[in-house]
Write a protein that binds this ligand. Sequence first.
Ligand code: F6P
Length: 329
Amino acid sequence: MRDLEPVLRGIAQACKQINRIVQRAQTDDLYGVATDKDGNPLEDTNIQGEVQQKLDLVCNAIMLKAFCGSSVGVIAGVASEEEDVPRTCCDVMGDSAFAVGEYVAVFDPIDGSKNIDSSLPVGTIFGVYKAAPGTKAGEKTFLQKGTEMVAAGYCLYSATTVLVITMGSGVDGFTLDPDQGDFLHTHPDIRIPSAGPIYSFNEANFHDFSTPVQKYLDALKSGSSATRIRSNARYVGALVADVHNVLIKGGIYGYPGTRDNPNGKLRLLYEGNPMAMIMEQAGGAASTGTGRILDVKPSEIHMRIPTFLGSIDNVYELDQFHQYYEDES
Ligand code: F6P
């Protein structure tokens, strides 16, 4: 996959740019809801029904260029969590030289962007799929199972800025040296512990979770789960930060379905699949509660699914709770 090298370099460059923007968001008045030229809030929400933040728009433009502009003939098209429909790179770059390529990319430019206002971590997530040679990317090209991904990664903008990447043979982490401006290979071959102490769920939704999820969380809290670990709750509210914590320390991240939203909140293409590939490649697991995330065939590009990611023992036990307990809610 040497042909992807310039694209990955482009992503690393984009992460540096976004890192700088995130750090300057307060001082440069880049936080808050996106506004028009007169300063009025944009009425538009994105396709998810969420109000777009200023940062969403700026970082979306950076990621579009990173994928499409770093090499001719590699990426044919891109689907962004911030845009209603996928775009061809020819359209993004305004140049027909970029019309075809052998891969398509999906990304969430700034995940957890509402965290910016309170100086909490945010992240960027991406995934790359193979496309038929000479592809002119249309929506169907993006509706592939996660098992077809050839690369995935995220960038975490937090106490340190960390780029985590998999190309299908393990996971590697690179930390940005703030003085040199280079990513250093600080986390070679990341392996997630087979079980761990962290559980990362939005517990405000506990009473809307299904019975198996509630019972599993109770078991984690009382230390009666199979791992016998009495767990610690950690929840930042930005997927990249919460997943990175679980990847390093072990445990489970979950965004389950709720009574009102049975498919939960997280998007399969931009969030679930890239994180699932990273978890599996690090020796962990990724489940919807009833099946492997990477085996789900997307029906549309903004599809949501219940998402559980983490240590293999934790995720498998949660799956067993789903088999054992009927949903009584
Ligand atoms: O999908 C967007 C997102 O901001 C994720 O980064 C995060 O994990 C989740 O939503 C938080 O949602 P909630 O505020 O409902 O817990």
